[in-house]
Design a protein. Structure first.
Length: 346
């Protein structure tokens, strides 16, 4: 039986959705699982054990000069899907483009959510009713499997393709398993960011309290942010060589492996945090505008340091914040250090 999962983006959403892979293996023994994915996340999905990826270059549609390339990619992906003769398609994205790919598959069973947007629900033969804003994002994805007879047990992830990255990241960083912290200070949304000064102080205090090195991670755009945090930590008397600025250095599988091997991962509500949880890391999450019950670290809700602001969380009711300073600034370094001590028991 051939199955297609349609969930092309973004990092955190893809990681949450990857919990369906081991469940599908149990529900449909012997099935082949393909995944439609944005190119930047293809290696991540392959590491989770899918049989084949179909690449959709969403980014090509954002530039006028590459519209023709985008149309070509849309056509090629659509042909691949149509010719694969899937018995089942799961649309976990619920938008116009994912609905298109679901419909064009011609699969006899096309499952999606009743609250899918942009008319995507018209492509489904079966629509799952879920109250999106009352369940965790992971459980929302798993709810699509109910019509296949799936139960309600907690999610789990499997990473059969991660072993090479575990060896590679040890060689790249020189860090020893369970003897370092990982900090992910960045976020694409400004209202989710904790102040740079607070990250610098936290980095220094982690070293002073535990005498373990700290790895600062993120993408290429966050390299200067990580370097500034390292500079601020150095003014607090931190020992040379303690802070490893790895933003822009690691690929997604490296990040997953580094997180899995860490003593503790600390970050906001971002893709890297959810990837760390899926990899099996212990985390501490700093959360302000987003709801910990829906977007917090799955299975580690008690590891959240929530902003002590009366209007938090607010996402879902409004998308922009006019509060100055923002709620993330209300989270103190003391509160985070107390949570770290509580989580790692030292």
């Amino acid at each position: 039986m051939r199955v297609l999962v349609v969930k092309p983006s973004s990092l955190g959403d893809v990681v949450c959705a990857l919990a369906v892979v081991p469940r599908l293996r149990r529900l449909l023994p012997g099935c082949e699982i393909d995944w439609l994915i944005n190119r930047e996340y293809a290696a991540l999905v392959q590491a989770a054990g899918v049989d084949r990826v179909i690449v959709f270059d969403r980014g090509s549609w954002r530039r006028w000069r590459s519209v023709l390339a985008g149309l070509s990619n849309l056509w090629d992906a659509s042909l691949q899907i149509r010719r694969s003769r899937y018995a089942l398609v799961l649309d976990l994205q619920g938008l116009l483009r994912s609905g298109w790919f679901t419909w064009v598959s011609g699969a006899p069973r096309r499952i999606g959510f009743a609250d899918a947007r942009e008319g995507a629900w018209l492509a489904y033969t079966e629509r799952v009713q879920v109250r999106r804003h009352t369940v965790h994002a992971v459980d929302y994805c798993l709810a699509a499997l109910r019509v296949l007879g799936d139960g309600a047990e907690p999610a789990s992830w499997e990473w059969p393709g991660l072993a090479p990255a575990l060896a590679a990241v040890r060689e790249k960083t020189g860090l020893v398993s369970k003897t370092y912290f990982v900090l992910a200070p960045g976020s694409r949304r400004a209202e989710k960011r904790w102040p740079v000064a607070a990250w610098g102080e936290l980095t220094a205090r982690l070293w002073q309290r535990y005498h373990l090195p700290v790895a600062l991670v993120g993408d290429e755009r966050e390299r200067e942010l990580a370097a500034e945090i390292a500079r601020r930590a150095s003014t607090c008397g931190i020992a040379p060589g303690v802070v490893h600025v790895l933003a822009g250095v690691l690929n997604l599988l490296d990040l997953l492996a580094l997180s899995r091997e860490s003593r503790l991962f600390i970050g906001g509500d971002t893709g890297p945090l959810h990837a760390a949880v899926a990899a099996g890391a212990q985390v501490v999450a700093l959360m302000g505008p987003t709801d910990p019950d829906r977007h917090g670290p799955y299975g580690q809700r008690e590891h959240v340091v929530a902003a002590p602001a009366p209007c938090a969380p607010c996402h879902g009711s409004r998308r922009a914040c006019d509060m100055t300073p923002g709620c993330m600034e209300a989270i103190t370094v003391d509160a985070v250090m107390n949570k770290v001590q509580e989580v790692i028991g030292a």
